[in-house]
Design a protein around this ligand. Structure first.
Ligand SMILES: [Zn+2]
Length: 290
């Protein structure tokens, strides 16, 4: 498996996440190095084949599957300042994806080590020929990287391929409105002709990109609608997670049900703040429509 050329000095190494390789002033910058025992060797080999060497690492966000190989590549890693402590602390990572320390083997991907962040950046900063673009909602500081010359955006987990959404039911997000706003932003970029590269899923452009983004947005809106329907009866977060997974025909496993409780809590916050639902105690903390 080799790299795919995306533009002038711009390549993609496949994986889940896939890794973007940007050659800047002759040296390589890697975005989302990913995970896996031999991945660092594969990446270093591909960079050597391009006649270059790695000078810096960037990450779209601090989820374990995006950064765990960084610890094996002796190169400074740069993160958005909202993601810095998520990368640095394995406990913060579990906190973000589970809500507290997680039972072993319970998260989709666990990486129990620290990743030392070299420096933090802001959205709109220029980093090694790439522009940091605000695409948060999936995580607090989720960042896309734009190569304006090649009209490519590496979009991280700000949107997902159809297959992943079908499998989990609800796209993973921690803030519904921010996630939606990022999808709209990506939609504008798609109309401007940008090639969109998700971390997990296939590269899309033009009409195909617009359709996939609409599918992501629709799924968020359907989830909101289904939650309101389900909450005609008082229900706990955990019950909602089960019924929503069933309604979307998603995989019903302990891991999926636990993970989906995070976006569901974000939906609950949104609906509660809009005055559409209330909290009731019925042998548990439950929520119901007003
Ligand atoms: Zn993620």
């Amino acid at each position: 498996m080799g790299v795919r050329k995306l533009g002038e000095d711009l390549y993609l190494y496949p994986g889940s996440p896939s890794t973007l390789i940007k050659l800047h002033e002759g040296k390589a910058v890697l975005v989302d190095v990913g995970h896996g025992s031999g991945r660092h060797k594969d990446l270093l080999r591909e960079v050597r084949k391009l006649g270059s060497e790695v000078k810096a690492l960037l990450a779209t966000h601090g989820h374990a599957d995006h950064i765990s190989v960084a610890a094996k590549i002796d190169t400074p890693i740069f993160m958005h300042r909202f993601e810095f402590s998520i990368a640095e602390s394995p406990l913060n990572r579990e906190l973000l994806t589970f809500g507290s320390k997680a039972p072993e083997g319970f998260l989709v991907f666990q990486f129990p080590h620290e990743v030392k962040v070299h420096a933090v950046f802001e959205w709109n900063d220029e980093l090694f020929g790439l522009k940091a673009v605000k695409l948060n909602g999936h995580s607090p500081g989720m960042t896309g990287f734009m190569d304006e010359e090649s009209t490519v955006i590496y979009a991280g987990d700000s949107f997902f391929g159809e297959r992943i959404i079908q499998a989990v039911g609800v796209p993973y997000l921690v803030d519904v409105e921010l996630f939606k706003a990022s999808i709209m932003q990506l939609h504008n970029y798609a109309i401007e002709g940008f090639l969109l590269v998700p971390s997990h899923g296939k590269i899309v452009k033009g009409e195909e990109a617009e359709k996939l983004l609409e599918f992501n947005l629709q799924r968020v809106e359907e989830a909101e609608k289904k939650i309101l329907e389900l909450l005609e009866q008082p229900m706990s977060i955990s019950e909602l997670s089960y019924h929503l997974a069933k309604a979307f025909g998603a995989n019903v496993t302990p891991q999926t049900l636990a993970l989906n409780q995070v976006p569901i809590r974000a939906f609950i916050a949104e609906l509660y703040n809009r005055g559409m639902i209330e909290a009731v105690i019925e042998k548990d903390l439950k929520w119901k429509v007003k």
